[in-house]
Design a protein around this ligand. Structure first.
Ligand code: PLP
Length: 391
């Protein structure tokens, strides 16, 4: 539409939300659809977190807070970073936002000038390239494959960096692939980054806690503390505590950058919801057993789903390290069935009663993202349908 900004015409609506909407439409029309598109845990928010929110309402914590978060929540974030990650931050280095999504949005607007390049390994979380584009930055996509467990090598990073590169994005464990970088892999990336002192690093640790038992989370700062002054750590409560609707994300990083992100936020949303902030304090500072319970269920479903996916002709799935996603390669099915792309395949599978997000939404054509944030029964039913659809 000629009447609208070039900015809005340069981006697309979130494809993951679009699949969920499309499935809901078909369901409303009477079709039986199993939704494996969701990017959120199927568990309820734990009771102690809900209680903290109810108490906040009764206590009258229903007014504006500081733009960057209440002192209590900022302290809980500081304590969390110290406890889980061995990072030291002071209050001026923390910004609480309306979800991790707003954290990255603030970052893009605060950091990028038109033409600045942002290195984003694919498959990527759908929103990175579009948020960079809104800020008039240029996404530089680094393609990875199943053979490297969808991880960017040091050589790939080196070749992607130019004198316009402003930021490199690392998301581990990854949405959509579920794989995580090892300490050695991060060290190799860090060595490249040390050669380019003007490049900043955004590490999106949203799935930090959703790692299989026996694996420990590692951030690039743990293997290369020298990057501390140019790394922004993004995290949130959405996935770990099943709090997607509460909209609380947080960032820790260099003071000036955080202050600039806060300035952007002060002219858009102001503070995140005061009640959700009180709930997030309970999530971060309260008992953590609820996380392990969820992870156990995700692991069990993951093992079952990956095993069944690999039995389908033309489908190849690797074992993930965590998250609640599998990102199988369906290119064998696409070729065998003569589909033009994974978009056609997604449409055909929807007809067969299963909603999944096509890989091209994440910059990885030929794959499908399957979310196992749903019951084993629903997953089995969906896999039965897939078996028929790909046969
Ligand atoms: N980062 C990643 C990798 C994600 O997958 C998501 C959600 O899907 C987010 C950030 C943002 O989550 P939220 O805005 O709910 O905190």
């Amino acid at each position: 539409d000629q009447q609208l900004s070039r900015r809005v015409q340069s981006i697309k609506p979130s494809p993951t939300l679009a699949v969920t909407t499309r499935a809901a439409e078909l369901r409303a029309a009477g079709k039986d659809i199993i939704g494996l598109g969701a990017g959120e845990p199927d568990f309820d928010t734990p009771d102690h977190i809900k209680e903290a929110a109810i108490k906040a309402i009764h206590d009258g914590k229903t007014k504006y807070t500081a733009v960057d978060g209440t002192p209590e929540l900022k302290q809980a974030v500081i304590d969390k970073f110290a406890r889980d990650n061995s990072f030291n931050y002071e209050p001026g280095q923390i910004l609480v936002s309306c979800g991790g999504k707003q954290s990255f949005f603030n970052l893009s607007l605060a950091l990028l000038n038109p033409g600045d390049e942002v290195v984003i390994p694919a498959p990527y979380w759908v929103s990175y390239p579009d948020m960079v584009t809104i800020a008039e930055g240029v996404p530089v996509i680094v393609e990875t494959t199943q053979a490297t467990r969808f991880k960017m090598s040091a050589d790939q990073l080196e070749s992607a960096i130019t004198d316009k590169t402003r930021l490199v994005v690392i998301n581990s464990p990854s949405n959509p692939t579920g794989t995580a970088y090892s300490a050695d892999e991060l060290k190799a990336l860090a060595e490249v980054l040390l050669k380019h002192p003007d490049v900043m690093v955004a590490t999106d640790d949203m799935y930090e806690h959703i790692l299989w038992p026996g694996q420990s989370f590692v951030n690039i700062l743990n293997v290369c503390p020298e990057l501390y002054d140019r790394t922004i750590v993004l995290n949130g409560v959405s996935k770990a505590y099943s709090m997607t609707g509460w909209r609380i994300g947080y960032a820790g990083g260099p003071k000036t950058l955080i202050a600039s992100m806060k300035k952007i936020q002060s002219q858009s949303t102001s503070n995140p919801c005061s009640i959700a902030q009180a709930a997030a304090v309970a999530a971060l500072a309260g008992p953590q057993e609820c996380v392990a319970t969820m992870v156990q269920a995700f692991k069990q479903r993951h093992d079952h789903v990956v095993e069944r996916l690999n039995r389908l002709p033309g489908v190849e799935a690797i074992k993930a390290d965590g998250t609640f996603y599998s990102f199988p390669d369906f290119s064998g099915v696409i070729a065998a069935k003569g589909y033009k792309s994974d978009l056609d395949l997604a449409e055909a599978l929807l007809e067969a009663g299963v909603a999944m997000v096509p890989g091209s939404a994440f910059g990885a054509e030929g794959h499908m993202r399957l979310s196992f944030a749903t019951s084993l029964e629903a997953l089995d039913k969906a896999l039965d349908r897939l078996e028929i659809a790909v046969a």
